[in-house]
Design a protein around this ligand. Structure first.
Ligand code: SF4
Ligand code: SF4
Length: 300
């Protein structure tokens, strides 16, 4: 069983449009792989907007803790407010409380409180779901805004997708990764067999792509690049191609700017399902064939 992760150096490059189109192509009759889909962009999960899944199970995600003060045992000594580097301890007329949004969960106050009246309370940080979509099983999640531990939730979503793939003999886990290079991206990239980086020919395109390529290289994950909206700024596209050639990274596809992509998002469909003969859909078909070849070669 292989794991393909789709990444981008920043948000808005069209990563999810490519992931949704791949999910659609994987559901067609002649597909070379049977796939489980994982939306690992837990901070802004939007693959579900395109795949229209029906949730079949929903679980709470407990992540991180915040401090809580028992007012009955508090002597109002003020030590907790002094040690808190996050200004999370609030004081009003000798009543000490903790602002759960500001609390970082460092537990410094717990160790310093002379009356042992502060406890760390685990918090619900989000939910994760197993769903059925028209294009196969989908695992996805939502992190409550301002909650941390998104890397942990990404790992959980991927693990669940992998378990189902192993149990039911799927050949591929298709992961729509988070954008950027932070902790959730590290969680999404680790353990992957292949990464497809979706780059955009903007002024910062090479820089954004380079950052994410460093992450995949760190985890020894083979990486391919595709350029989205490749025809809107040819100099940027050339810069990405030159960089990739120098670094020995294959550019396996160039997707043209195509209004059908936006229309398909509005309609809640992968572009390849919405308008199979649009320029973007045709380019994604070709891109998919290249990706399939690389996965199949790696199995030999
Ligand atoms: S350190 Fe403990 S006793 Fe002192 S103000 Fe804070 S909660 Fe109250
Ligand atoms: S756990 Fe850390 S951040 Fe939270 S109130 Fe205590 S000292 Fe402040």
């Amino acid at each position: 069983m292989k794991q393909l992760v789709i990444l981008s150096g920043k948000g808005g490059t069209g990563k999810t449009s490519v992931a949704a189109a791949f999910a659609h192509l994987l559901s067609l009759k002649n597909t070379p792989f049977k796939a489980v889909i994982a939306d690992a962009d837990v901070d802004a999960s939007n693959l579900e907007l395109v795949l229209s899944p029906s949730v079949i199970s929903r679980e709470e995600f407990w992540g991180g803790s915040t401090a809580e003060i028992d007012p009955d045992n508090c002597t109002a000594c003020g030590i907790c407010a002094e040690v808190c580097r996050f200004d999370a301890v609030l004081v009003k007329e000798d009543l000490y409380t903790v602002d759960p949004i500001a609390c970082d969960g460092c537990a410094a106050c717990v160790y310093q409180c002379p009356t042992e009246t502060i406890k760390m309370i685990e918090q619900i940080a989000g939910e994760w779901y197993q769903s059925e979509s028209l294009y196969g099983p989908l695992f996805h999640a939502n992190l409550i805004p301002a909650q941390e531990n998104s890397g942990k939730l990404v790992t959980l979503v991927k693990q669940q997708a992998r378990l189902l793939a192993l149990d039911e003999e799927y050949d591929l886990v298709l992961v729509d990764g988070p954008p950027g290079i932070g902790c959730p991206v590290i969680s999404a990239a680790s353990g992957a067999d292949l990464a497809l980086i979706v780059a955009e020919p903007t002024a910062s395109g090479v820089h954004d792509m380079h950052r994410v390529l460093k992450t995949t290289a760190h985890f020894d994950v083979e990486s391919l690049v595709c350029i989205n909206k490749a025809d809107i700024y040819l100099e940027g596209t050339e810069a990405i191609e030159e960089f990739c050639q120098k670094e020995g990274i294959r550019v396996v596809g160039k997707i043209p700017f195509d209004l059908a992509v936006t229309e398909s998002m509005v309609q809640g469909k992968p572009v390849t399902a919405y308008k199979a003969d649009s320029p973007a859909s045709l380019a994604i078909h070709d891109l998919w064939k290249e990706v399939v070849d690389v996965i199949q070669d790696s199995e030999k």
